[in-house]
Design a protein around this ligand. Structure first.
Ligand code: NAI
Ligand code: MG
Length: 334
């Protein structure tokens, strides 16, 4: 019996989590859920965005399935997502993008790639943020370390090796950002040399964006630093039909958190029409992580079959279904 921490989240969070748990229950995996609070709900109930009990639960179970959380803007709160990544040193942000049938994507077939984004350093360390007194000059510190670069590049190559992928593209800007991106590229070359069976190529980030839009089928695994990975992974979500279909895993040595890439969608919250697929696909990543790849494949096949049949699709996919009817249609195809 595996116990996972479940964060139901804000906005559409509880709706898509209920739908996801409905499907997981139908799979009879013997999963036990430990519900924990975070976000606006926790702030109202416990006076804290991220209660200690929630951190303890994640530390204990080592696995969390998480709905989007709303971080209040401009009230001195820092992002809960960034905080969770820091707390548990979730250094690998793994975002697969694979073509699905019947989406609004320009690439109905042929895209099957994974972005592996460094999740703890680079431009997002939140240090050295300064604006001069006259408001005319702003600075920020970026930090790239050998350790941070090595473990993320190694993660990408191991992922390629373990999932039968053939190529890793290292994305950088070492021609301009000579120190930070330069170190990342240098370390990436050293690591790549230890995986002779996996093809490695290098692309400068701006060229990479153009190539992704022109010819996405040439990509397999992409590994890059935090800021570039943030942007590229959203671009890749756009290649396969948008945010409603984009999952992500935040993985560290001691814990992993699985979530949708999208946010709490306040514009459609409470209407019961949110697409549950991104969180369901994240649950699939979780099953892979738990060493149950055949169950993960079973879940993905049911999602694809439901999209193929256009059965109960939510409005973002052009259908007339709702969150729960879509989930039930998926569960019926398991
Ligand atoms: P968002 O992703 O919530 O919404 C962007 C657009 O996509 C909206 O039109 C929304 O209706 C639509 N959308 C998103 N998910 C959908 C789904 N499953 N089905 C159908 N349509 C969907 O981004 P936004 O509006 O920038 O952020 C809203 C809140 O979410 C903010 O408070 C932000 O901080 C938070 N957020 C949380 C994240 C997390 O917890 N991982 C990630 C991104 C944002
Ligand atoms: Mg982002």
């Amino acid at each position: 019996m595996t116990t996972i921490t479940v964060l139901r989240g804000d906005g559409i969070g509880p709706e898509i989590m209920d739908a996801t748990l409905h499907v997981l229950d139908a799979m009879q995996l013997g999963l036990q859920y430990e519900f924990a609070g975070a976000g606006m709900v926790a702030l109202e109930k416990h006076g804290e965005l991220l209660p200690q009990a929630t951190l303890d639960s994640i530390a204990r179970n080592k696995i969390a399935l998480k709905s989007p959380l709303t971080t209040p803007v401009g009230e001195g709160f820092s992002s809960i997502n960034v905080e969770l990544r820091k707390r548990f040193d979730l250094y690998a942000n793994v975002r697969p993008a694979k073509s699905f049938p019947n989406t609004k994507s320009r690439f109905p077939a042929g895209v099957d790639l994974v972005t592996v984004r460094e999740n703890t350093e680079g431009a997002y360390i939140g240090e050295g943020q300064q604006v001069s007194d006259d408001g005319a000059t702003a600075t920020l510190t970026q930090k790239v370390t050998r350790k941070g670069s090595e473990r993320i590049v190694r993660y990408a190559f191991d992922l390629a090796r373990n999932t039968g992928r053939k190529k890793v593209t290292v994305v950088h800007k070492a021609n301009i950002l000579k120190s930070t991106s330069g170190l990342f590229l240098k370390v990436a070359r050293e690591v790549a040399a230890q995986y002779p069976e996996i093809q490695c190529n290098e692309l400068i980030v701006d060229n990479c964006c153009m190539q992704l839009v022109m010819k996405p089928e040439q990509f397999d695994v992409i590994v890059t630093t935090n800021l570039f990975g943030d942007i590229i992974s959203d671009l890749c979500a756009g290649l396969v039909g948008g945010l409603g279909l984009a999952p992500g895993a935040n993985i560290g040595e001691h814990a992993a958190i699985f979530e949708a890439v999208h946010g709490s969608a306040p514009d459609i919250a409470g209407k019961g029409i949110a697409n549950p697929c991104a969180l369901l696909l994240a649950a699939g990543q979780m099953l892979d992580h738990l060493g149950q790849p055949e169950q993960a494949a079973r879940l993905r096949s049911a999602i694809v079959a439901t999209l193929e049949a256009k059965d109960a699709l939510t409005p973002d996919l052009g259908g007339e279904g709702n969150t729960l009817s879509f989930a039930k249609a998926i569960a019926s195809r398991l």
